[in-house]
Design a protein around this ligand. Structure first.
Ligand SMILES: NC(=O)c1ccc[n+]([C@@H]2O[C@H](COP(=O)([O-])OP(=O)(O)OC[C@H]3O[C@@H](n4cnc5c(N)ncnc54)[C@H](OP(=O)(O)O)[C@@H]3O)[C@@H](O)[C@H]2O)c1
Length: 456
């Protein structure tokens, strides 16, 4: 006679977007999972702030509690699933759970990006697991594949579109010519942007995810404060349109690369070629391109957020952690053992697109060229257009030069007495695809001069 499957008792912290996804998947898949694994996953308590609030998924109200001790001090609960968000009090709860020899599954990028060392040490000390697949790329399985399936590779670059909100905004600006503010308003209306969108639009959310990805990819400790971060708030549809005419696509990329004991890590808007594998990743979708010695390029693509996609990643971790408990093993070892320097890509070669407005005067294009040349920065192209009555717009693309020097040159240009305004310098990682002769990005006639470095 078969015994009924044993139970793995779970304490769930948080029943919002992700917590509801976990509960829904457990409800729909629970029986099948029990048959497959030989144990049932049983949620014993759910920590929330407000038990009277309507919930996105039907739950037994008797499970709800506002007291974390009901989970953390219950010796029968073996597994804590943290989907509350924020750093405190959450981190204290996670550390208490690990200290009580409970395994922890979390989707919390803030904790794992910036306090990973402390959390890993607690898990190792107590011989339990800490899993966090949901913290990067929502439903896309990328952390465990990177850590386990690709362990035979030396990974040298990771490039991702890992923030759905900004990808949605840039898609709207690209496809419909919306301004940043219009696209953000639409993203907010559709629930793709938080009421306070700062972490998304300034690139901080992507920086945290990149820190987690990079720590795993290079076995080194990368924290979000080491990631040089630029957001998308200063981008305009005019910039995007100019790029489109050259065959480029504008994306907020999070990229890190490792060479000679140094990791460069940055988040910034970048013009990429329209044939680049990441160029067609639109709307709220995410993708992560991994480059390694053995695999060449491999790309992970899918839903980077949302209730069921993130719930799927969290449930995958729950099952792995529960299996480990049954086998009395733990997989958690911190792999961040390499000592590397982490910083921005200051010395790596970069080209920049820049749009400036200047006072119209004779000899001006040459003055722009000279200003940049003082820093050894040449121009790949320059488009000049009159803005009657007394101004002109200059759009330029620099030749490749060390990034820090190019930025210094652009800052110096920004102090020129004839400069009226300067847009955001945007990295260009695409080849030139020439626009029809004599047309500007907006299709107007322009006085076009392509000035090679030193040319007049
Ligand atoms: N949303 C996504 O698509 C997504 C994707 C990937 C990762 N994540 C990460 O997953 C985590 C959860 O995100 P979410 O979108 O599900 O958040 P959410 O919708 O705001 O839900 C948070 C839940 O935690 C509870 N909670 C928050 N602070 C609490 C406290 N101090 N004490 C007790 N309960 C507390 C809330 O209770 P009440 O319901 O009573 O207010 C709510 O149920 C975050 O770390 C987030 O970064 C989210």
């Amino acid at each position: 006679m078969r015994h009924p499957p044993e139970q793995v008792k779970i304490g769930l912290m948080g029943l919002g977007t992700v917590g509801s996804g976990v509960m829904r998947l457990l409800r729909d898949r629970g029986e099948e999972l029990a048959r497959r694994n030989g144990f049932t996953l049983s949620v014993q308590k759910i920590l929330v702030r407000d038990p009277s609030k309507p919930r996105q998924v039907p739950v037994d109200r008797a499970l709800l509690t506002t007291n974390p001790d009901d989970i953390l001090d219950d010796p029968e609960i073996e597994l804590v699933v943290e989907v509350m968000g924020a750093v405190e009090p959450t981190k204290s709860y996670v550390l208490r759970a690990l200290g009580a020899k409970k395994s922890v599954v979390t989707a919390n990028k803030e904790i794992m990006a910036d306090h990973g060392e402390e959390v890993f040490a607690a898990a190792e000390r107590n011989g339990v697991d800490i899993f966090f697949e949901g913290s990067v790329g929502g439903g896309i399985p990328v952390l465990r594949p990177l850590k386990e399936s690709l362990a035979g590779n030396r990974i040298f670059r990771v490039t991702g579109i890992i923030n759905g909100t900004t990808n949605y905004i840039l898609t709207k600006m690209t496809q419909e010519g919306q301004t940043f503010q219009q696209a953000l308003a639409e993203a907010t209306r559709l629930g793709y942007a938080e009421p306070d969108p700062t972490a998304d639009v300034e690139g901080y959310d992507a920086a945290r995810k990149l820190a987690i990805l990079s720590s795993i990819a290079y076995q080194a400790r990368v924290q979000s404060r080491n990631v040089r971060t630029e957001g998308i708030t200063r981008l305009t549809p005019t910039d995007i349109e100019y790029g489109k005419r050259r065959g480029w696509s504008l994306k907020l990329l999070a990229e890190s690369s490792e060479h000679g004991g140094r990791v460069d890590a940055w988040v910034a808007p970048v013009f990429i070629d329209r044939n680049h594998p990441l160029a067609k990743v639109d709307d709220v979708l995410n993708a992560i391109l991994v480059e390694g010695e053995g695999i060449g390029e491999t790309m992970f693509y899918g839903r980077g957020a949302g209730s069921l996609p993130t719930g799927s990643a969290v449930l995958g971790d729950i099952i792995q952690a529960a299996r480990n408990r049954r086998r009395e093993v733990s997989f958690t070892t911190c792999t961040c053992f390499r000592d590397v320097t982490v910083g921005g890509p200051e010395e790596s070669p970069a080209r920049f697109y820049l749009r400036i407005e200047v006072e119209k005067r004779s000899g001006l294009p040459a003055e722009v060229v000279r200003s940049l040349e003082r820093w050894g920065i040449g121009l790949e192209r320059m488009d000049y257009r009159d803005l009657p009555p007394s101004r002109a717009e200059v759009v330029l693309v620099t030749q490749e030069a060390p990034e820090s020097r190019a930025r210094t040159a652009i800052e110096a240009l920004g102090r020129a007495p004839w400069l009226v305004s300067m847009g955001m310098p945007i990295r260009v990682e695409a080849e030139e695809e020439r626009a029809p002769a004599g047309e500007s990005a907006s299709g107007e006639k322009l006085e076009r001069r392509v000035l090679a470095a030193g040319g007049r």
